[in-house]
Design a protein around this ligand. Structure first.
Ligand code: GCB
Length: 850
């Protein structure tokens, strides 16, 4: 019998003394339900980072008298990252590691018909002995998964097997003709005398019909456990499990004490066989390309404290996209995730959070190996799991926790190799039926140290065309690795680029965070992966945007590589995958992220010609714009068809038709005349230093930047630049407008007719970081550190004598200035910059006719 103890906890965000004692009042504590994290929103605090430290949770509960004589346990699905549990003041257990479940026994301390108090101290402080050490995601503290009260008979399946159910179900032999099942575990007799027990394992099909049964007798001495290992008779012509047909059986493991059923454990079962090899992945004898993605477990506003239904919904989104593979990066996830993967049909790569570097210490190794064992024992019965991951990019940081490009410390490299060998050996011994894997980045250290050759599968995290180089380098990089590792299966465990719903571009560029570049990136990777039939599979980084504290970019503290946003709105790029991977006929106008555009009149007839892409897996597509056909096109090899669309000023109805499937979208176009003396314009806003347009519903479309041309507008002199990734822009919600800028410009000009104007200039210090950019190595660096001080004049009149943007390290507050200006005698509006220290910079500019 078990039920959740999720409701009505008291929470204190502090590490006080005696919090486990009933006499300490918790009347002033916050009321919370679990799942709960105290870091639901503070990873997004602009400057101070999120709180890592100790907190207390307490819950009062009563135990029914009928539970007397039972074994009483608390099962925590996850608490990050060290949890110390007390019941009625007594310490009952401790667990290290934030991503695996644990069970504590409090039978001796239970009170019946009276108040019981469970108190849990949870601490997510950095601990050099507990993986992960440094990560690019938030280590949310708290009891952020379900808590269960479990009551068993004194005779029961062992509950002390590293948080697992105590039962291991394997399928030693599976073919289309027959499937054999083996059930192992242990039973415990908490009482006296010794007991002769029967362990009966039954396989039930999806309709609940018994298809196999086996029995083992065990003698359990008083207060002792005894193992069982039951081989069941084969199931003839088993209904195989696969992503296309995720047919599930169930196994009941029943413990009988005489005629009495003392305990039952239910395990999922799927019959399937698979292998990974240098020639790819094979499931049930069929070559299967792993069409995959990655998932972090956090969500806008909730942090890591998701309900089970939210976990399940994430997997449904992934399945609907047409994926058949999911990497649970970088840590074991909620049991609801594994259940959903079994039921929906998603093959799983699950891994332990050994990320970036290790601590060379036997305690760290012990903790990492325990986590690995816990993960495997807790999730090994899920047919969806095909590989266990032992680490991710372990050479990205140095032993001392510095982000470095390349390892040169050969002693450390040897230590990492030994560590990896140890982890790999644990995984293989725990579960010979799965394959071992690790994910590596592009450094040579993995080969030099021998680490790359340790696991059966090698995962590659590749970002060609994002952090470095060009998109076309992805395929050749894969080929070189294939040649170097001829005996390993290769999976692209990560690839991705960032995008931001508010940015889009006609001419997308690397790192512009436009939806257009995001799509281009994934189109290119899809194509290149497809051309390599030996590849086992690929996994997008990442299905969802997720929190990444200490990073700047277009939305501070967020990793924007998701195919969906942090609150699960699909970006256009999601439909690229759906069109390619989900056979359901669809057509999609790939401009939901860019429904309000602007552009300079291309014909003089108040029209702007810009591209529109459509994804269709339903055959040739006809595009109609405002009811007029622009012709029919056949989609290319990644389902894309493109048109140059002449947009009229205002709303344009775009309709794409592929046979019976239709998609319709209204795109609004703001037309800026070529010559500003044509006063059909009211406002011109420019995202200075960027090739991308910005729009956020609160104001105008901010155009991509342009060089000045007489009669029109634009910059004079200078160079387009990008803030270093580490710089967090504060005091604005319109961060993308500040991320790009023009440095060293002489002027910004608008050849407007005489009249009165409102002019807004926006600035932020790009050199706020000491050595920013360099730390990331491969990233486009921002300006060199140092003060930027300059004067600004408008039409010859000083606006600011000395604008000094220098500020704290890695923090750049947004600095907007609005002024009024009159253009007289054909002066137009001319903003001039006079450098005092370093170069002048400008991040955005806007002019409005009054
Ligand atoms: C990686 C890491 C992942 C990061 C990702 C990125 O290689 O494994 O944790 O989030 O790159 O977006 O930089």
């Amino acid at each position: 019998m078990r039920y959740t103890l999720n409701d009505d906890w008291r929470f204190l965000p502090d590490g006080v003394e005696f919090a486990e004692k009933a006499w300490l009042s918790d009347a002033g504590w916050q009321r919370v339900n679990v799942p709960h994290t105290w870091n639901a929103t503070d990873p997004f605090d602009d400057v101070e980072s999120y709180r890592r430290g100790a907190s207390w949770y307490r819950k009062h509960f009563t135990l029914a008298d009928s539970l007397r004589g039972r074994r009483l346990l608390l099962h925590f699905e996850g608490a990050n990252q060290v949890a110390r549990v007390y019941v009625n003041g007594a310490f009952v257990g401790q667990h290290k590691g934030g991503y695996t479940a644990f069970t504590v026994d409090f039978t001796r301390h239970a009170r019946f018909g009276a108040d019981n108090l469970v108190a849990v101290e949870v601490d997510n402080s950095h601990d050099p002995m507990i993986p992960p050490l440094s990560v690019g995601f938030a280590l949310y503290g708290g009891i952020y998964r379900d808590v269960w009260l479990v009551a068993t008979d004194p005779v029961h399946v062992t509950t002390s097997d590293l948080g697992s159910s105590g039962v291991a179900v394997t399928t030693p032999e599976v073919s289309a003709e027959r499937g054999t099942v083996r059930v192992r575990g242990a039973v415990t007799n908490d009482g006296a005398p010794a007991r002769q027990l029967r362990v009966v394992s039954t396989v039930l099909d999806a309709a609940g019909r018994e298809v196999a049964r086996g029995e083992t007798s065990v003698t359990a001495a008083p207060n002792a456990s005894a193992g069982f290992d039951t081989a069941l008779p084969p199931v003839a012509r088993p209904h195989l499990w696969s992503p296309d047909d995720p047919y599930l059986y169930a196994v009941y493991t029943d413990v009988y004490d005489g005629a009495r059923l003392a305990d039952r454990v239910t395990s999922p079962l799927g019959f399937r066989w698979f292998r990974f090899g240098p020639d790819g992945f094979f499931l049930n004898g069929k070559k299967t390309f792993l069409r995959g993605t990655n998932r972090h477990q956090d969500y806008a506003g909730l942090g890591s404290a998701l309900s089970n239904t939210q976990h399940v919904r994430d997997l449904e989104i992934i399945k609907t996209m047409g994926a058949n593979f999911l990497r649970l990066a970088h840590y074991p996830q909620d049991p609801a995730v594994l259940d959903a993967a079994d039921r929906l049909g998603l093959l799983i790569w699950e891994e332990v959070p050994v990320v970036n570097h290790i601590t060379v210490d036997s305690e760290f190794t012990r903790n990492a190996q325990t986590m690995l064992r816990e993960m495997i024992r807790q999730h090994r019965n899920h047919p969806s799991v095909v590989t266990w991951g032992i680490m991710n990019e372990v050479f990205l940081w140095s032993e001392a926790g510095e982000r470095i490009g390349r390892q040169s410390d050969t002693t450390y490299m040897r230590e990492v190799r030994d560590f990896a060998h140890g982890m790999d050996a644990v995984a293989r011994a725990e579960d010979p039926s799965r394959f071992t894997t690790m994910a590596i980045h592009g450094a040579t250290s993995y080969d030099e140290s021998g680490v790359a050759a340790i696991t059966q599968i090698l995962g590659l995290n590749l970002y060609n065309g994002w952090y470095s180089g060009t998109l076309d380098e992805f395929g050749p990089t894969l080929d070189r690795r294939h040649a170097k590792s001829p005996s390993q299966a290769i999976v692209v465990s990560e690839y991705g680029s960032g995008s931001e719903l508010r940015l889009n571009a006609v001419v997308p560029e690397r790192f512009d965070h436009s939806g257009a570049y995001h799509r281009l990136y994934h189109e290119s990777y899809l194509r290149q992966a497809r051309a390599r039939p030996w590849l086992a599979g690929t996994a997008v980084w990442n299905e969802f945007d997720f929190a990444q504290p200490h990073i700047g970019e277009s939305t501070p503290n967020m990793n924007k590589k998701g195919l969906l946003t942090f609150d699960r709105q699909p970006k256009d790029v999601y439909y690229l995958y759906k069109a390619n991977w989900n056979p359901t006929p669809m057509v999609y106008v790939a401009s939901r992220d860019w429904r309000h555009r602007a552009g300079i009149d291309s014909t003089g007839a108040r029209t702007v010609t810009q591209p529109v892409d459509v994804y269709s897996n339903a055959g040739p597509v006809e595009l109609l714009v405002n009811g007029k056909s622009l012709g029919t096109r056949a989609p290319d090899d990644v389902t894309k068809a493109s048109w140059q669309v002449p947009f009229a000023a205002g709303d344009n109805v775009i309709e794409a038709r592929a046979g019976k499937v239709v998609d319709r979208l209204v795109i609004r176009m703001d037309v800026v005349p070529r010559a500003l003396r044509d006063t059909t314009w009211r406002e011109i806003a420019v995202n200075v230093g960027s090739n991308a347009q910005y729009f956020d519903d609160t104001g105008p479309v901010w155009l991509e930047d342009r060089a000045y041309a007489p009669g029109s507008f634009g910059y004079v002199g200078g160079k387009a630049a990008l803030m270093a990734r580490e710089i967090v822009i504060t005091d604005t919600k319109q961060t993308p407008l500040y991320v790009t800028y023009r440095a060293g410009l002489d002027a910004y000009r608008f050849d407007v007719p005489d009249g009165d104007y409102e002019l807004e200039l926006r600035f932020a210090e790009p050199g706020g970081a000491q050595g920013a950019g360099a730390a990331g190595g491969a990233l486009p660096p921002g300006e060199a550190p140092g003060a930027h001080a300059f004067g600004v004049a408008v039409n010859g009149r000083t606006l600011v004598e000395r604008l000094d943007l220098a500020t704290r390290r890695n923090v750049a507050p947004a600095r907007p200035i609005t002024t009024e200006v009159s253009a007289t005698n054909g002066s137009g509006v001319v903003v001039t910059f006079r450098p005092i220290a370093g170069q002048a910079v400008l991040n955005a500019i806007r002019i409005r006719r009054k």
